[in-house]
Design a protein around this ligand. Structure first.
Ligand code: IMP
Length: 193
């Protein structure tokens, strides 16, 4: 089956391809002729995932899925959540986002810096629409560690791990990550339906 993964993020594409292996032939947005920025103006991660997938379906009429992720920090009442990409401003800089996050948490002891990444994938096929969720719980560290991954990975340490997501290989990240959990659910659905 050929399906488009509606993302412009090359890290996500690589992670998702590694989880799916040969099971699915993934097309990129540029391969289907979609060169524009996808809209993501909703106020929930579910809403944004659906909005991106619907945009591709409506304009290009190909089976597709899109993901959206929020980092939900307990001490910040689940912020930045759906605003994770633009937490520190419209420039969408991961460096700035992490700096702001660390600043907001600077007086909070490490054991109280609980957080989770939550990914929702919206899948659109000719016969309907489905959502798949993946969550990984962990802690926000006081400083960055590791050079891999992207986004908030250098400050997020999953529960039960001594490494941040940025210190893990892609395979290690894919064993625990929010996105990999959601993608595995998607793959199982596609294999059994
Ligand atoms: P998006 O809207 O799903 O692309 O992601 C929202 C924000 O969360 C962006 O700032 C991303 O860098 C960040 N993000 C998404 N997925 C991950 C991840 O796997 N690790 C770290 N940060 C992520």
């Amino acid at each position: 089956m050929t399906i488009c993964f509606a993302t412009n993020n090359s890290h996500k594409l690589e992670e998702v391809r590694a989880v799916l292996g040969e099971a699915l032939h993934l097309k990129t947005l540029s391969e289907i002729g979609c060169l524009q920025e996808l809209p993501e103006t909703q106020d929930t991660v579910e809403g944004n995932a659906k909005q991106k997938a619907h945009y591709v379906w409506d304009h290009f009429n190909v089976p597709c899925f899109a993901d959206d992720t929020g980092l939900e920090v307990d001490a910040l009442h689940c912020a930045p959540g759906v605003h994770s990409a633009r937490f520190a401003g419209p420039q969408r800089s991961s460096e700035d986002n992490i700096a702001l996050l660390l600043d907001k948490l600077k007086d909070i002891p490490e054991r109280q810096r609980l957080a989770q990444f939550r990914t929702v994938i919206a899948l659109i096929l000719p016969q309907g629409e489905w959502l798949f969720e993946g969550v990984v719980k962990g802690t926000i560290l006081g400083h960055r560690r590791g050079k891999g991954g992207f986004g908030y990975d250098p400050v997020f340490q999953p529960q039960g791990s001594h490494k941040t997501l940025a210190e893990m290989t892609m395979m290690e990240k894919n064993e625990v990550s929010h996105r990999a959990i959601a993608v595995k659910k998607l793959a199982e659905f596609l294999q059994t339906s």
